[in-house]
Design a binder for this molecule. Structure first.
Ligand code: SAH
Length: 343
């Protein structure tokens, strides 16, 4: 069976032509699907079309398999089941201004960063665009009260979005489509370990989404130790690519910097990072490393993070410490999934 959420408006127009149905039905079907409505309930479609859709498609191939809700801040951690039996993770964080969902873009990951649980078993497969839409719709459905519950999306769950480029672009185009749930590209963040050639493509093809770079080090020596991708694209190449991205889109770049004890958290590292980013329109997110047992790296703890921030501040680099949410339910991305796989 096809996944109806893999179809964008043009795909629907093509499909409808092959079964002799009118083009204007495309927007109707697309609109209903993105509201989470079943074919059965699409009240303005002729019955014959509804029957045909039911034969050919399923409405959403992502379902909530397990959900953990934080007693502290209401953060919801989801395990989604896919049709082929694979499972992936997503997180919903509620803020004053709205609900942000963090979605996965791949089952597993092949980047193998030294601190991350997602890459422990390598890449299993890419998610399709429709499966990514399915994550958003499954959470909207779980929240109830209609289709506009989610206001922001971050592509920061398992997987490397730019390693699944075509599907991710299709997903962002569909989820920001005015005929669907219409989440503005400005409210979508894409996080990457730095696949530079794809950063140029992203600037040219899409523009407008917030680009987040997982930097985690002020120089190639340290970055090379914790992120294998740095051998393919070093920091210099990243900086060139993000400058291009900024010039093209006008969007400030966000750098993620997870603080790892004894690896990248010294005051010297902070000074070096300040010099590196000087003059670049950017913001640095300092993150407390989530402990991943299999990896063994330790988080820096409160004081080194504060000291690091102070140096960045003093040097005029915009930076904040990322608030930890949902700490009582499960740590880093990929960990909950692994626990469930093991059982
Ligand atoms: N592959 C993409 C997106 C997924 S990871 C990327 O690399 O950006 C999302 C963010 O979580 C990245 O910044 C990643 O480096 C970070 N991360 C992964 N494992 C972590 C851990 N154990 N503690 C803190 N941050 C972690």
């Amino acid at each position: 069976m096809l996944n109806a959420l893999d179809f964008d408006l043009n795909d629907w127009i093509d499909y409808l032509a092959t079964i002799g149905q009118a083009k204007f039905r495309a927007k109707q079907i697309y609109g209903w699907l993105h509201k989470g409505v079943k074919f059965e309930k699409m009240s303005n479609l002729p019955n014959t079309l509804v029957q045909k859709l039911k034969e050919d498609f399923s409405e959403n191939q992502v379902s909530v398999y397990k959900k953990l809700v934080s007693g502290k801040d209401g953060t919801r951690k989801y395990i989604f089941a896919l049709q082929d039996g694979n499972i992936i993770e997503g997180v919903l964080m509620s803020y004053k201004y709205g609900n942000t969902i963090c979605i996965s873009t791949q089952v597993g990951c092949r980047m193998n960063c030294a601190f991350c649980a997602s890459g422990l078993d390598g890449l299993v497969r890419n998610l399709t665009a429709g499966e990514m839409v399915g994550e958003v719709l499954a959470v909207n459905n779980d929240l109830g009260n209609g289709d506009r519950q989610i206001t922001n999306i971050v592509l920061m769950g398992s997987g490397e979005p730019l390693d699944n480029y075509d599907n991710v672009i299709k997903f962002i185009n569909m989820i920001s489509d005015a005929n669907g749930i219409n989440i503005s590209k400005r409210n979508i963040s894409l996080s990457t370990c730095g696949l530079c050639d794809k950063i140029y493509n992203l600037a040219d093809d899409l523009g407008g989404v917030t680009l987040t770079i997982s930097l985690h080090a002020p120089n190639d020596k340290i970055r090379g130790q914790i992120m294998p991708i740095n051998k393919a694209y070093n920091i210099d190449e990243i900086l060139k690519a993000v400058k291009y991205y900024f010039d093209k889109t006008g969007r400030r770049i966000i750098f993620e910097y997870s603080m790892i004890k004894g690896v990248n958290d010294s005051v010297d590292c902070a000074k070096e990072l300040s010099l590196l980013l000087k003059g670049l329109p950017c913001h640095v997110n300092l993150i407390n490393l989530n402990y991943v047992k299999e990896k063994g790296l330790q988080s820096s703890g409160k004081e080194p993070v504060q000291a690091f921030l102070k140096v960045l501040d003093k040097n005029g680099i915009s930076a904040t410490i990322r608030r930890t949410m949902g700490s009582d339910i499960e740590g880093a991305c990929g960990q909950l999934r692994r626990k469930i796989l093991k059982n």
